[in-house]
Design a protein around this ligand. Structure first.
Ligand SMILES: [Zn+2]
Length: 71
């Protein structure tokens, strides 16, 4: 039984480390607005040209992460 527990623990730690690694990787701000085909220059230190673009793109990312398609 100990082997099964060890395997489960190793599996859990693997996922945990992957989650931490993903979170520790910051995305650098994009110089061009990331919202769809907007193409405007981003505001300094952000990845979007305006608040509306950021909200639009965040909604899209959320939808993608939740495997829903807005079409
Ligand atoms: Zn924009």
């Amino acid at each position: 039984m100990a082997d099964i527990i060890d395997e489960a623990t190793a599996e859990f730690e693997h996922h945990l480390n992957a989650a931490i690694a993903n979170r520790a990787k910051p995305t650098p701000p994009s110089p061009i607005c990331k919202n769809g085909d907007c193409g405007e220059k981003s505001l300094a230190g952000t990845s979007y040209c305006c608040r509306e673009c950021r909200e639009d793109h965040e909604k899209e990312l959320w939808a993608r992460n939740n495997r829903k398609i807005f079409r």
